[in-house]
Design a protein around this ligand. Structure first.
Ligand code: GLN
Ligand code: ZN
Length: 768
């Protein structure tokens, strides 16, 4: 029985990689430093895994920005627009790589970055490979071989990780019409062969092919390409050992396919999909090894050894010890690095800490499980098992986690709780009467610039340099300025600006019971960007109102309508580490009730327009289409519960910042928000066609300008877009707003853009 790991976090225990890269991009340090930090992280990672006792340690899992981009560079898949960057004197391979990731602006050269998208259903974003009709590939970067050699120098024979050829193609995007990206396999495969040859010559024994698409829905053609590809690889390398890894979902109807591919070991995710074990055991060919992904690579909970040992026993019974490996469920880049870095007991209490395991702890768990599963486990191992049992028993019964009142309240939810008093048409009449807003009502999405100054107040408060009263005074002044300024430029529905919020999830998590936070629990989101998700460990409730104070204060400053601003239950769930001892839907309902209470309190305080942001509803969609309906059912229900405690004339808004509504438009309509604001400016309003085709009944605010860039749009661009919108959506349904919140913008740009936006709306009114 061997242990292995599929990938280790690469940002460094103190986010060293982030810091050095950002310094390099800012021109504050040299490339040499970046390379040194990278090398140190790789060495430390290998050493950590070796010390823990992992048998098969990965290499080429490190990345300076993104592992998919690494592969594009390895395969020489470099879009033509970067040619000039390559030619520029003084640019190294890594400069080209960063140019592809982030764009390149220097002297007269101005090249845009490659597109980025979410890595399956995680919060990690990868750089999307671009494919063209006559796409050729060639071995360009030797990263995989370099890293293998580097580890070998340290005396570690690693298992190089490659994204499998089929998944690499499926991850990419066709940038012109007239071909199918999957047909590029014949051009791509020779480059894989070349890399494998070099790795073999250097002494590699095992190669890890990541093929996560095997756990997704595949077409007939894609399945056939899988068969052909692995047959060819096998034929070319009869002696190299292949590990095929799948994760994030069950193999499902691809189980026969996956088990038929000529590989030496198959990895399956038994955290996400434990039910697939028996089926795979039945199908597995006689000599194939099964790698059991039993330690959760995507969450922060300590492994339940009793549970994992039962799974291991089921596998060994059928396969024998030799054909079973113990593994985390997926790469550990999705978990924080080291629980031992959490030293502040006021932030993370010892009681909660004992329930957790980060990457470093997870590799030890894998080794311990192997020891416990073997016949000659020692006293020390049994002591650890007892300790583990104790931690789980403590968690099961902890009063920190279990709040009977919350459980009862969720159990008592009725259909009525998810219904507004009247249907939208009736509500709209009442709202029109009360709110008296003009057509083409102008508003913003919520946040105003989070300037360095605003952020510094929060830092000062945390350090104890200023008092809570000082801090509140600063926030109050900033809010007042924002309100006055919105009045001045004649916006219709105002916002308070969200100056008091560090982050749209963290701000709520900090005030809700059942949430914990870490000091160092960073996870890579994309490139140098890391996030520190809250940990939902217990039943969620709302001890006191969370936003009423600032919203009511802002409302008191103006006679215009002030919009209350909340984050929705699905988004809070989606952007947190979620407890694994109850279904996600259950946790979501608890959050929904807490938000519902907040909505009701805002209404009582006189806030008659309330926005519940749900930017993460779409990313929560399961990977398999067959599972969508179940998810959408509870996600929509959670939103409706949060929104339905108010009177008909209280107007509920929601906001979503993405542009693929095609598949989910029915569910968006089912959410039944009175107004939805969405991102549309970058798609030139084309996305509204989906809403128009569906005859979406409620009000819509299509974003009229892109807030992601500092560029200030002029009113003509916006009236142009609004006219396009009016052509497909009735005027009486249209609102006017930017694509998203303005927190990342400077005041100067934000002000200019909004003045133009108000002017555009007024021009539209004049044409009625
Ligand atoms: N209200 C939030 C803001 O304006 C919404 C952010 C988001 O959708 N991501 O910042
Ligand atoms: Zn947004």
């Amino acid at each position: 029985m061997l242990t292995q790991n599929l990938g280790y976090p690469r940002i460094g225990g103190q986010r060293e990689l982030k810091k050095v890269c950002e310094n390099y991009w800012a021109g504050k340090t040299g490339l040499k430093n970046v390379l040194t930090v990278g090398k140190n992280i790789r060495h430390e990672n290998w050493q950590t895994q070796k010390n823990a006792g992992i048998d098969l340690i990965p290499s080429n899992d490190f990345s300076y920005y993104d592992h998919v981009l690494d592969h594009s560079l390895m395969f020489g898949n470099i879009p033509k627009r970067y040619n000039e960057v390559i030619l520029k004197q003084g640019n190294e391979e890594l400069d080209l790589y960063f140019a592809m990731a982030r764009g390149y602006q220097k002297d007269v050269l101005d090249v845009v970055a490659m597109e980025m998208t979410k890595w399956f259903d995680t919060n990690y974003h990868y750089i999307v490979p671009e494919f063209y009709k006559d796409q050729q590939f060639r071995l360009f970067s030797t990263k995989a071989t370099n890293e293998f050699y580097e580890a070998k120098q340290l005396g570690i024979i690693t298992k190089p990780v490659l994204i499998g050829p089929v998944s690499y193609l499926l991850l990419g995007k066709e940038k012109e019409a007239g071909f199918d990206k999957i047909d590029l396999i014949k051009n791509l495969l020779p480059v894989y062969m070349e890399i494998l040859n070099k790795l073999k010559d250097l002494g590699a024994e095992w190669i890890q092919f990541d093929e996560p698409f095997l756990s997704l829905d595949l077409t007939e053609k894609e399945q056939q390409v899988y068969r052909d590809t692995y047959r060819q690889l096998r034929k070319a390398f009869p002696k190299l050992k292949f590990l095929l890894t799948t994760y994030f979902e069950r193999l499902g109807d691809n189980a026969a396919l996956a088990t038929s591919l000529p590989v030496d070991a198959l990895h399956i995710d038994l955290v996400r999909a434990p039910q697939q074990l028996s089926g795979v055991l039945d199908l597995l060919p006689e000599k194939t090894i099964l790698s059991l992904g039993v330690v959760d690579g995507r969450n922060i909970w300590k492994n339940d050894f009793v549970h994992s040992l039962a799974i291991i026993a089921q596998a060994t019974e059928k396969l024998g010890d030799d054909r079973v490996w113990i593994t985390p469920s997926c790469s550990l880049i999705h978990s924080p690095i080291d629980l031992n870095n959490e030293k502040n007991e006021a932030v993370l209490t010892p009681e909660i800490k004992q329930w957790l395991a980060f990457a470093k702890q997870k590799v030890s768990e894998v080794v311990l499980l192997k020891n416990l599963a073997s016949a000659n486990a020692g006293v020390g191992h049994h002591y650890k098992l007892a300790e583990n049992k104790h931690a789980h028993a403590a968690r099961k019964s902890s009063v920190l986690i279990h709040n009977q009142a919350v459980k009862k309240r969720v159990a008592a939810i009725t259909g009525q709780d998810a219904e507004r008093n009247s249907a939208f048409t009736a509500r709209k009449l009442k709202q029109l009467q009360l709110l008296q807003l003009p057509l083409y009502t102008t508003t913003t999405i919520g946040s105003f610039p989070q300037t360095a100054e605003v952020r510094s107040w929060r830092a000062q408060l945390k350090k104890g340099n200023i008092t809570q009263a000082d801090y509140d005074k600063h926030i109050a002044e900033e809010t007042e300025k924002a309100v006055k300024w919105q009045e001045e430029i004649d916006l219709d529905v105002l916002v308070h600006g969200e100056f008091e919020r560090n982050d749209m999830v963290e701000y709520f998590g900090e005030q809700l019971a059942g949430f914990a936070f870490t000091q160092n629990g960073w996870v890579q989101s994309y490139g140098s960007r890391c996030v520190k998700p809250p940990i939902i460990y217990g039943d969620v409730s709302r001890p006191v109102a969370m936003t009423v104070k600032w919203s009511a204060y802002a409302q008191s400053l103006t006679r215009k309508w002030m919009k209350g601003m909340l984050t929705g239950p699905v988004t809070i769930l989606q952007w947190s580490f979620v407890r694994n001892d109850q279904p996600r839907s259950e946790t979501c309902m608890q959050i929904a009730l807490a938000i519902r209470d907040e909505v009701v309190d805002l209404e009582t305080a006189g806030i008659k327009i309330i926005q519940i942001d749900e930017p993460a509803i779409r990313e929560g969609l399961p990977l398999r289409k067959a599972d969508w309906a179940t998810y959408l059912h509870w996600a929509v229900k959670a939103f409706r519960i949060s929104a339905s405690g108010v009177a008909d004339d209280t107007q509920i808004h929601t906001h979503m910042c993405y542009s693929e509504f095609n598949d989910i438009i029915q569910s968006i309509a089912d959410m039944d928000a009175d107004v939805i604001t969405i991102e549309t400016s970058r798609s030139q309003m084309e996305l509204l066609d989906v809403f128009a085709g569906f005859k979406y009944p409620n009000d819509i605010g299509p974003g009229v300008y892109d807030i992601h860039s500092p560029r200030v749009p002029n009113r003509n661009e916006m009236t142009h877009l609004l006219k396009k919108a009016r052509a497909v959506i009735p005027e009486a349904q249209l609102w006017v707003n930017p694509d998203c919140g303005l927190k990342t913008r400077g005041w100067d740009e934000a002000k200019k853009a909004l003045i133009e936006m108000v002017a555009a709306a007024k021009e539209m009114r004049a044409t009625i």
